[in-house]
Design a protein around this ligand. Structure first.
Ligand SMILES: Cc1ncc(COP(=O)(O)O)c(C=O)c1O
Length: 401
């Protein structure tokens, strides 16, 4: 009887277009908690203003929810089957190609499963490219402030890693790179574009200059881990920092669920066509021969979401969001300074780190925690995403006071 009642209620709400319950008490209770938590989600880089409502309406109303698509294989070449969204994935890569300073005639890319998946491709492609060019496995150089996924992935790929010291603000120190450089082996550089806690970008021009001083290096490959910053920087005055043409990197990884607001993990990976062409060609006839990327099955829905957001939000609105984030970051820092709360940030960064507040505030605002003796010990940070607006910052400051 209860089940019938629930079913009727759910059906009526669905028909009236305002379905608010699932019919499962546990699920409904959980739904209410995230609605509250979302308002004070300050510590992690997720855009909490996902704009995919229309997408889901289209998806269900057209029956796409009953279609099993798969983007296995190279999206840049045609498939022997047509149950994929690769045509849209290609357009996503085309949209982002100039934003990351790649030449449209010399680029390859995919929509990935996450920033980590993109880093995996960058490190794997980099190691193969260097090996195929020099006959030697590279040494990986990465800063001690870079995201842990890079170290994990090097471990998985059995690559030798040299962790390079970073300065107080989180940037790899060029002199420390120089001191650590093994000039008898190829160098695989992993540049942090937004170190996880302090939001630092490695100074690629200075680090490239160190590498250029050593023409005897058998080979150099540069991958940029731009999980968060790669989302908003192309739409700001710092665009050059994320440009392959200007910074001379071979590949870049970006997350889709951070700045772009895709509602579940996804990302972008772009590299030069030369790098892609220099990978092992696993010949798989039933997949059209070319399986150079790591995953076989690949998500077909995430490229559709990306494509949808490009049409619905696009360059101008993303630029407006990115600039609002920059403005609110500056505002947060000013307000902290006004109440005498010690705080710091890198110029181009949407991350402000500061003296750690009480455990209650940290928990309420989901603040990410850090520790650095140089800045007085216990720290926390706020990542200013689209939903962290000035009025929410005011309430946060009020709570701090
Ligand atoms: C700098 C950096 N790299 C890599 C990652 C991992 O990205 P994902 O969570 O998309 O796998 C993150 C995530 O926060 C990050 O901040």
């Amino acid at each position: 009887m209860r089940k019938v009642f629930l079913l009727i209620t759910v059906s009526l709400l669905t028909l009236s277009g305002c379905r608010h319950t699932s019919g499962f008490a546990k699920l409904d209770e959980w739904t209410n908690t995230w609605k509250t938590n979302q308002q004070t989600y300050f510590g992690y880089p997720a855009n909490q203003q996902s704009a995919l409502k229309d997408f889901y309406e289209w998806y269900v109303s057209t029956g796409m929810d009953r279609v099993n698509l798969n983007n296995a294989g190279d999206p840049m070449t045609d498939k022997p089957w047509n149950m994929s969204s690769c045509a849209f994935e290609r357009e996503v890569i085309e949209f982002f190609t100039p934003l990351y300073g790649f030449d449209p005639s010399d680029v390859w890319g995919i929509v990935t499963h996450s920033g980590t998946d993109g880093n995996n491709h960058g490190i794997y492609f980099g190691a193969n490219d260097l090996y195929n060019r020099t006959g030697q496995r590279p040494v990986v150089y990465v800063s001690d402030e870079a995201h842990y996924s890079n170290m994990r992935l090097c471990d998985l790929q059995h690559l030798e890693v040299k962790l390079i010291k970073s300065d107080a603000m989180g940037r790899m120190i060029p002199d420390s790179l120089e001191a650590a450089l093994d000039i008898t082996r190829p160098a695989l550089m992993v540049y942090a574009m937004g170190s996880t806690f302090k939001g630092a970008i490695d100074d690629m021009e200075a680090l490239n200059a160190v590498l250029a001083k050593h023409p005897e290096l058998p080979g150099v490959y540069r991958h940029v881990d731009a999980a968060l910053f790669g989302g908003y920087l192309p739409f700001t005055r710092y665009q050059k920092m994320v440009s392959s043409k200007d910074m001379h990197f071979e590949s870049i990884a970006i997350s889709g669920h951070k700045f772009f607001g895709i509602d579940s993990p996804s990302g972008l990976f772009l590299c030069t066509r030369r790098v892609y062409d220099n990978q092992q060609n696993f010949n798989v006839t039933y997949l059209n021969g070319n399986m150079r990327m790591i995953n076989c099955s690949r998500d077909a829905v995430q490229p559709l979401k990306f494509w949808w957001l490009i049409q619905k939000i696009g360059y101008d609105q993303w630029a407006q969001q990115a600039n609002q984030m920059m403005e609110c970051t500056e505002y947060l820092q000013q307000q902290l300074e006004k109440i005498g709360w010690p705080c710091w940030r890198n110029e181009y960064s949407n991350t402000v780190f500061f003296k750690r507040p009480s455990p209650e505030i940290c928990s309420k605002y989901n603040l990410a925690l850090g520790f650095d003796a140089f800045f007085g010990g216990e720290l926390a940070h706020v990542v200013v995403m689209q939903h962290v607006t000035k009025d929410k910052i005011d309430t946060f400051i009020h709570n701090l006071k």
